[in-house]
Design a binder for this molecule. Structure first.
Ligand SMILES: Cc1cc2nc3c(=O)[nH]c(=O)nc-3n(C[C@H](O)[C@H](O)[C@H](O)COP(=O)(O)OP(=O)(O)OC[C@H]3O[C@@H](n4cnc5c(N)ncnc54)[C@H](O)[C@@H]3O)c2cc1C
Length: 481
């Protein structure tokens, strides 16, 4: 039976794209947001939060007057050159054009940004960081949605779509049918934790876990069932070695409330304080899923598995090899010379470009759980629970006298699958023949639509931009946009 309350729009998924879609839709029509988990956030909430846009207020305040969406678009197309024939250039252009309005909208809702910062492949400083963390997006979007009268349902997994005469007119969640007169927006994240889709498109990565084990790919299943098509399913952002975040609730700063009274002083500190004084503000980034710099391995650090064995050439993208080791993990091991090299600038072990760099001393201070020091190979083996003879046999010549250091574990994981349902510029889900499925929209990772996103801050740019655009279109009551 349909629920008594009837909605105009239903959004499936309460991460960045879904919250942006629901908040924008609620500006013009009665909207329900359904989230499978007990809390909002999805991958968006555990992300680093970086977002790139050209022509933002933040850039103007920083005196950057010559950045434009065209330049941003060109940068993205150049960075993605290797897969240019796979890329949807029209959606890349759309992302670049609408990202500044998206960022200004998020700022108007209360998100405080630090930056702009430089990022690899960007010809201007345009990358922003939400303060104090990515939870700020979720907090402010959810607040705006609630204040506008939107309805949230948490802990309810959408299982199916209701289709009448070829048009999507609602959802089935926890066995209940709920209708939507204007349509349904799929925003349920990527398929990095959907075993079958993973195996079909990315069999090499079968042994690699997803960072977000809740990215179960529902939107893909629902779209495919109605004749939708997955584009670029074999493209993935994966395999980087990652330090896991701290056990438990995370560091103090990842738990800071995303309020303006806290974010604003952080923003001013980022802008005005010398880098050394900024450590307490910037080091929280060490609590996220960080990737060690490949320079460690070029300098001679090695990877050892739980058996104390060296198993791969560390300088040649070792992620896949690590994922096939016991427990899918390894430790980075090095001697005193390498430790000294990475203890101070400019040799960072991890970086959030332009925002912060972390050296061995920062790991000791802020992530002591990841650092092991030992006077000898035997002591290191004992501390790491590895067989001492095997560990000793794996070490390069000259390391036997110690001291030795280990960082880890590192666990490669799938960050984001880049396959998305085929969509048009209004985020309508399209069948393989190009026809739209009436009443069905997709945003964020479900709606990549053939975009090959390269460059920092553009995935979130797409999540918020596509979500907002889909929601605004629905709010304008264009039943057949
Ligand atoms: C560690 C990490 C760091 C990252 N850092 C950055 C960064 O700094 N900048 C950047 O641009 N990108 C970054 N990314 C990528 C970026 O976070 C994602 O591309 C983006 O968050 C995707 O947003 P989304 O709304 O599509 O999905 P999500 O945020 O995952 O939201 C999907 C939501 O749908 C819900 N859901 C799933 N199935 C159902 C169902 N059946 N019914 C109801 N709800 C459902 C999920 O529980 C989830 O809440 C990072 C990714 C990772 C893993």
């Amino acid at each position: 039976m349909p629920e008594a309350a009837c909605y105009e729009v239903i959004v499936v998924g309460g991460g960045g794209a879904g919250l942006a879609a629901a908040t924008a839709a609620q500006s013009g029509c009665k909207t329900l947001l359904v989230e499978r988990r007990p809390a909002l956030g999805g991958t968006t909430a555990i992300s680093t939060g970086l977002i790139s846009a050209a022509g933002t207020r933040a850039q103007r305040l920083a005196g950057i007057a010559d950045d434009t969406p065209e330049r941003h678009c060109d940068d993205m197309l150049s960075a993605g050159q290797a897969q240019a024939e796979r890329n949807n250039a029209a959606l890349t252009r759309l992302l670049a054009e609408e990202a500044p309005a998206t960022v200004d909208w998020l700022a108007a809702l209360g998100v405080t940004f630090g930056g702009p910062f430089p990022s690899p492949g960007a010809s201007r400083d345009r990358m922003l960081v939400p303060l104090p963390n990515a939870g700020s997006y979720i907090f402010h979007l959810a607040r705006a949605f609630r204040r506008a009268g939107g309805t949230l349902r948490l802990g309810a997994a959408v299982e199916d779509l209701i289709v009448e005469e070829g048009r999507v007119v609602g959802i089935v969640a926890e066995g209940r049918r709920i209708t939507a007169t204007r349509g349904v927006i799929l925003a349920s994240g990527d398929f990095s934790a959907h075993k079958a889709l993973r195996h079909e498109y990315l069999p090499r990565y079968d042994a690699m876990p997803a960072i977000n084990t809740h990215s179960v790919g529902t939107g893909f299943e629902l779209g495919l069932k109605l004749g939708g098509e997955i584009l670029n399913g074999d493209i993935v952002r994966a395999g980087q070695l990652r330090f896991p975040p701290p056990e438990g609730q995370g560091s103090l700063v990842t738990r800071l409330p995303p309020r303006r009274w806290l974010a604003e002083p952080m923003r001013l500190a980022l802008k005005h304080l010398p880098k050394a004084l900024l450590k307490p503000v910037t080091m929280p980034f060490l609590a996220t899923y960080l990737t060690p710099d490949a320079a460690l391995f070029r300098e001679g650090a090695i990877l050892l598995n739980a058996e104390g064995e060296r198993f791969t050439d560390e300088t040649k993208a070792p992620g896949l090899a690590v994922s096939r080791q016991p427990q899918g993990q390894a430790h980075i091991v090095f001697d005193a010379r390498i430790a000294a090299h990475f203890d101070t600038p400019p040799n960072a072990i991890c970086s959030a470009p332009g925002v912060a760099h972390a050296y061995l001393r920062d790991f000791r201070r802020y992530r002591g759980d990841l650092v092991t020091s030992a006077a000898s190979p035997e002591a290191l083996a004992q501390a790491l629970g590895m067989p001492p003879e095997r560990l000793s046999a794996s070490l390069p010549e000259g390391w036997a006298a110690g001291p030795l250091y280990a960082l880890g574990p590192v666990r490669p994981a799938i960050s984001t699958t880049m396959g998305g349902l085929r969509v048009d510029e209004n985020l309508r889900v399209l069948r393989a023949d190009g026809g739209a499925i009436p009443g069905l929209f997709a945003a964020g990772s479900v709606g990549y639509g053939g975009l090959v996103i390269v460059g920092q801050g553009n995935n979130l740019g797409w999540a918020f931009t596509s979500g907002r655009r889909a929601g605004l279109n629905m709010a304008r009551d264009e039943r057949d946009i």
